[in-house]
Design a binder for this molecule. Structure first.
Ligand SMILES: [Zn+2]
Ligand SMILES: [Zn+2]
Length: 359
C-alpha cells in the first residue's frame, strides 16, 4: 500500500507580486490539495531548492518573455511525492518517491521538437518558477511524466543544483562533439556552472583549460580536474595563452556560459579547425557576433544548448551519484532568498546556494 501523507492547507512560500515590489515570504500560501490535482499532476513536498541566476532574471523580468505574476520562483527542487492526481494513467513514479523539479516542468511529448528529443524547446512547454509556480515553497505541483527520480545515494541538497546547473553543462559538453583526450575550454570555470562543468568534462575524459580569475578559484578548479589554467585578469593575450595551452592549435570545444557577447566571439579565435562553440549563457540582451571568414575557413560549429531533456537529467544525476561530480553549496533558510538574490546580482556567491524548505 502507498504511504499516506498528511497534507497541510497552507505553507511557507516566497512570492513575487510585482516586478518592482520586494519579495514576500508568507506562511499562509494555499497548498493544492490531492483532490484538486488534475490527472497526470503530482504534489511534491520539498526538502530543498537550489537558487539559480535564472531565478533572478525571472524575478526582475529581464527577458523578452514575461514571467507569470504573482510568481513563486525556483527550479532546482528535490522532495517526495505526497499525492498523485486521481485517474492518472501509467505513472512512471509513485507516492513516496523522491524526485527533482527542473526548469522544464512540462513538455507535450508530441510536437516536432519533443519527438526529436528537444523537449526543452517544446512549443507547449511549461517552466518551473516562470510560467508555472516553482520550488521556493514547501509544496509544488508538477507532472508525473516530468519529475526526475533522484538516485538513493545522492542527498537532496547534493542533487538540487545538478537539476539545473549540472544538467545544463553536462548536456553542453555531451553535444560539443569533444571526445576523450580533446581539449575543452571552460570560461568561468570556478563559478556555479563552471565548477560542475570541470568535473563532468574530466569524468568524460576531456582535457580542461579552466579560465577564471584569482588564486582561490585556480586552486578549486585544479583540484576538480582541470589541467591548464588561464587567469583572464592577468593574461595579456587570452587567445594566445589558450592556444599555447592546447598544443598550439587551439581547443576542440568551448562551453561558454558568460553573460556578455565578447566571450563568445573570443572562442571563435581560440578554437582549432573544426572546433565547436557551445552557446549556453542566457543574458538579458546580448548578441553573438562571430567573424564569418574565420568561422567558415576554420569549419567552426556554433551550437545553442538549453538545459536538457529527461534523459540528460537522469544521466547528469547518475554521474553525480557515482561520486564523479560534487556541487559546492551552502544551505540557507527560505527567508535568506532576498539576500541570496543580492549576492547573485553582485557576483558574490561562491558555488551554489541551496534553500532548506524544512527550516
Ligand atoms: Zn537554473
Ligand atoms: Zn512538445
Amino acid at each position: 500500500m502507498a504511504p499516506q501523507f498528511t497534507i497541510p492547507k497552507t505553507q511557507k512560500a516566497a512570492i513575487v507580486e510585482k516586478t518592482d515590489a520586494p519579495l514576500k515570504i508568507v506562511d499562509n500560501h494555499p497548498v493544492k490539495q490531492p483532490s484538486e490535482l488534475a490527472p497526470g499532476e503530482c504534489l511534491v513536498e520539498l526538502d530543498c531548492s537550489g537558487v539559480c541566476h535564472t531565478d533572478l532574471h525571472a524575478r526582475n523580468n529581464d527577458w523578452p518573455l514575461p514571467a507569470k505574476l504573482p510568481l513563486i520562483g525556483g527550479h532546482e527542487g528535490v522532495g517526495r511525492i505526497v499525492a498523485i492526481g486521481e485517474h492518472t494513467q501509467s505513472s512512471p513514479v509513485k507516492v513516496g518517491d523522491r524526485v527533482g523539479i527542473k526548469w522544464l516542468a512540462y513538455s507535450c511529448l508530441d510536437c516536432e521538437p519533443c519527438r526529436k528529443g528537444l523537449e526543452q524547446s517544446c512549443i507547449n512547454g511549461q517552466y518551473s518558477g516562470f510560467t508555472v509556480d516553482g520550488t521556493f515553497s514547501q509544496y509544488v505541483v508538477s507532472w508525473v511524466t516530468h519529475v526526475t527520480p533522484i538516485p538513493d545515494n545522492l542527498s537532496s541538497a547534493e542533487a538540487a543544483s545538478i537539476l539545473c546547473a549540472g544538467i545544463t553543462v553536462y548536456r553542453a559538453i555531451k553535444y560539443s562533439k569533444a571526445k576523450i583526450g580533446d581539449w575543452i575550454v571552460l570560461p568561468g570555470a570556478g563559478g556555479g556552472l563552471g565548477h560542475l562543468a570541470v568535473q563532468y568534462a574530466a569524468a568524460m575524459g576531456l582535457r580542461v583549460v579552466a579560465v577564471d580569475t584569482g588564486a582561490e578559484k585556480k586552486e578549486l578548479v585544479m583540484k576538480l580536474g582541470a589541467e591548464k589554467w588561464v587567469d583572464f585578469r592577468e593574461t595579456k593575450d587570452l587567445v594566445k595563452d589558450i592556444k599555447e595551452a592546447t598544443d598550439g592549435f587551439g581547443a576542440h570545444a568551448a562551453v561558454v556560459t558568460a553573460a556578455n557577447g565578447a566571450a563568445y566571439a573570443q572562442a571563435i579565435d581560440y578554437l582549432r579547425m573544426g572546433g565547436t562553440l557551445m552557446v549556453v549563457g542566457l543574458p538579458a540582451r546580448a548578441n553573438l557576433s562571430a567573424d564569418i571568414f574565420f568561422t567558415v575557413v576554420k569549419s567552426i560549429n556554433i551550437i545553442g544548448s538549453y538545459v536538457g531533456n529527461r534523459q540528460d537529467a537522469r544521466e547528469a544525476l547518475d554521474i553525480a551519484s557515482r561520486g564523479k561530480v560534487k556541487c559546492y553549496y551552502v544551505t540557507k533558510p527560505l527567508s535568506a532568498l532576498s539576500e541570496t538574490y543580492e549576492g547573485l546580482a553582485e557576483g558574490k556567491i561562491v558555488g551554489r546556494v541551496v534553500l532548506n524548505m524544512k527550516e
